[in-house]
Design a protein around this ligand. Structure first.
Ligand code: NDP
Length: 323
């Protein structure tokens, strides 16, 4: 048995029920983790509300770190006592959980459990967005929406370290300070300013090589007006709601643009890719290139407050749950 946050019927924050859930012994290829910290992500909201459907009842959450307390018979890479972290699959909002060994990586001693839980899903996302979806090169200009958020803060820091000129958008003055600190050279308050016009001014009309957009409906199609001819629009999330159907012809009118709607789980589907991405992420965290700010902590039983804050645009950086 473990305490966990389970969803029986998707909906508002009240859909999160804190209750006892059975945890069987780990399967042949599974490890059992006593969780020390759990990451909260916007994707958890999509699962909770049913916009990403999952068979009910299910334990929410896709990110965590902890200690291995039992291993299945065929587990090769892990043993009891190992420190591990992961991003997905579902089931993270729990004190104890089983995980396929193939989805876990070892967490070096230099990185605490809190940081491990706060950085895996968001940091691996930043890794593939900057290094694979559009490979950022020195001198590129990149636009990062929600630049003070969990993924946004990492994109700003890592993007700057790669030599990019980072422009960020944020929802408040306080968030603007954080985005600047994270490496955004210019910050636009997109709730009051016309961000596409501002990007035009800031870049002297040259526009951006890539736009990383996790906001969705509220920033579309204006995001397309921020991109150079032959540039890339990366729509990786929809915190304000999904983008409605649009005419592909718009991409030719706006300069033969490329568009992709990627998800982390495609990029980490092969074990060797996951390990390589995690190694690269841990390296930039260990050497201080990327800092993982944890702006709030909540008890696991109070996950509803974490969701209220996240959906209310009141959070910055990463937030975690304490089991
Ligand atoms: P954030 O910490 O970035 O929180 C979301 C932010 O979005 C808010 O703080 C807010 O910042 C901004 N926002 C803009 N409009 C709204 C709105 N109407 N309601 C709520 N928030 C709004 O979350 P995460 O770092 O967890 O995730 C960021 C995005 O990345 C999400 O869309 C998420 O789904 C996506 N994602 C995608 C992945 C993938 O592989 N495709 C993997 C991981 C995350 P502000 O106040 O500054 O506007």
């Amino acid at each position: 048995m473990t305490k966990a946050i389970r969803v029986h019927t998707p909906g508002g924050v009240d859909a999160m029920i804190y209750e006892d859930v059975d945890v069987p012994p780990p399967g042949e290829h599974e490890i059992q983790i006593a969780q020390r910290a759990i990451g909260v992500n916007y994707i958890d909201v999509y699962f909770r509300t049913g916009s990403y459907p999952a068979p009910t009842p299910f334990v929410l959450g896709n990110e965590g770190a902890g200690e291995v307390v039992a291993v299945g018979k065929k587990v090769k890479e892990f043993k009891e006592g190992d420190r591990v972290a992961y991003a997905g699959p579902l089931g993270a909002y729990a004190e104890l959980r089983n995980m396929p060994e193939a989805a876990c990586v070892k967490l070096p001693k230099a990185i605490g459990f809190d940081t491990g839980a706060a950085m895996m899903l968001k940091g691996l996302t930043a890794q593939y967005l900057l290094r694979r979806t559009y490979r950022v090169a020195k001198g590129d200009t990149i636009l990062v929406h929600a630049a003070a958020g969990g993924v946004g803060t990492i994109l700003c820091q890592w993007g700057k370290a790669l030599g990019a000129h980072v422009i960020g958008t944020v929802g408040s003055e306080d968030k603007a300070k954080l985005a600047k600190k994270a490496g955004a050279k210019h910050v636009i308050l997109y709730r009051t300013e016309n961000f596409a016009e501002r990007v035009k001014e800031i870049t002297d009309g040259k526009l951006c090589d890539v736009v990383y957009d996790g906001v969705g409906k509220a920033t579309f199609p204006a995001s397309l007006d921020c991109i150079k001819p032959l540039g890339m629009f990366v729509s990786f999330g929809s915190a304000s709601g999904p983008i409605d159907n649009f005419n592909l012809g718009m991409l030719s009118q706006k300069g033969s643009l490329f568009v992709t709607r990627p998800t982390l789980f495609t990029y980490t589907a092969k074990r060797k890719d996951l390990v390589k991405m995690a190694d690269e992420l841990m390296e930039v965290v260990r050497d201080g290139t990327v800092k993982i700010p944890i702006s709030a902590r909540y008890k696991l039983s109070d996950a509803a407050s974490a969701h209220r804050a996240l959906e209310g645009r009141a959070t910055t950086g990463s937030i975690i749950l304490e089991p």
